[in-house]
Design a protein around this ligand. Structure first.
Ligand code: ZN
Length: 329
């Protein structure tokens, strides 16, 4: 058995699966994120339940940021300096992995990018982005088959963007004011219009959607121009409002003007900008697949002696939708 844990800012998703099918959880548990102690204990209760099915051999852990996801860093596995009360400097990797199993640790958006890349809307492409637009704007990247991970990286949600001509809202990022997150996150939308996008009056809504689409398309364009993503999966609460994805698709060619990588210059925006297909499980399935990787890379690994492992090895780069070869838990 393998266990994946996505510790989000508002909820935790735990899943157990067989290593050969990390995209098919055999048990799933969601609960609200509370203080670190209670949250960690509830995860351990889930791991014990998974143990009752079969011995747990590896963990895949994904956490809200900022995290230290650099395996060479002395603070690898920590949630670093977060505004979320009580969570700064929590050593999540070691607190969740008390028995020193083989364990992978990445940010929640990186895990979601991996999940969608291997099993969801990113299948068939070699480089994709996963963007969540909610309380903040988070970005995970899989480039040429390998996740881009490390210390609080990438942070493209704080990209500086060109302002919309009709937007006089100053922005609410505490660091930058009118960066992308400061202009297009859920709290920024709420503060600018005193409503979320689904609740806006009909006379305001089309202009609001066009504005948010203009900002999000700039992120997509920048990801295509800088690192050559071929597809971007857009998730998070803001994207659930009807019309946001359509507005972002409409804005992309207006920004690109037929210049740049094929994805940006020529491809149909309906084919390059997609919603997630793993139904709220993108992150935890990505985490499970990283746990499965650890067993496949070294099937003889001893749980008691295994070191913590980084996310993937280059010899596995390029794998898309094929689950790891069959192997007993
Ligand atoms: Zn910012």
């Amino acid at each position: 058995m393998i266990v994946g844990v996505e510790t989000g800012g508002t909820k935790v998703v735990c899943a157990a699966a067989r290593p050969e099918t990390p995209d098919v959880p055999v048990s799933l548990h969601r609960f609200p994120t509370s203080n670190p102690r209670d949250t960690i204990e509830e995860v351990h209760a889930f791991i014990r339940e998974a143990e009752a099915i079969a011995p747990v051999r590896a963990l895949g852990l994904a956490a809200f940021g900022p995290v230290d996801a650099d395996p060479t860093s002395p603070t690898f596995g920590l949630i670093t300096d977060t505004p979320k009360a009580g969570w700064s400097n929590v050593d999540l990797l070691r607190d969740l992995n008390r028995t020193n199993l083989p364990a992978a640790f990445v940010s929640d958006v990186t895990a979601a990018a991996i999940g969608e890349f291997r099993f969801g809307a990113g299948q068939g492409r070699s480089s994709i982005g996963y963007v969540t637009v909610g309380t903040g704007v988070g970005v995970g990247l899989v480039l040429n088959g390998a996740a881009l991970s490390g210390r609080a990286w990438p942070e493209a949600g704080h990209l500086l963007v060109r302002r919309h001509a009709d937007d006089d809202y100053p922005g609410l990022c505490p660091f930058h004011g009118d960066c992308l997150e400061g202009l297009a996150s859920g709290p920024a939308i709420q503060a600018r219009w005193d409503a979320d996008l689904s609740s806006l009056p009909q006379e305001v809504r089309p202009a609001a959607l066009e504005m948010i689409g203009f900002y999000l398309a700039q992120l997509v364009s920048s990801l295509a121009l800088t690192v050559g993503v071929q597809r971007v999966v857009l998730g998070g609460g803001v994207m659930l409002a009807p019309g946001v994805l359509t507005a972002t698709r409409a804005a992309l060619p207006l920004l690109a003007r037929n210049y740049g990588p094929t994805m940006l210059a020529h491809d149909d925006p309906d084919d390059v900008l997609l919603p997630p297909t793993l139904e709220g499980c993108s992150g935890v399935i990505g985490a499970l697949s990283l746990a499965a990787d650890l067993l496949q890379e070294d099937p003889q690994v001893s749980g008691a002696e295994a070191p913590h492992r980084s996310i993937t090895s280059s010899r596995r780069a390029g794998r898309t939708s094929t689950p790891p070869a069959s192997r007993k838990a």
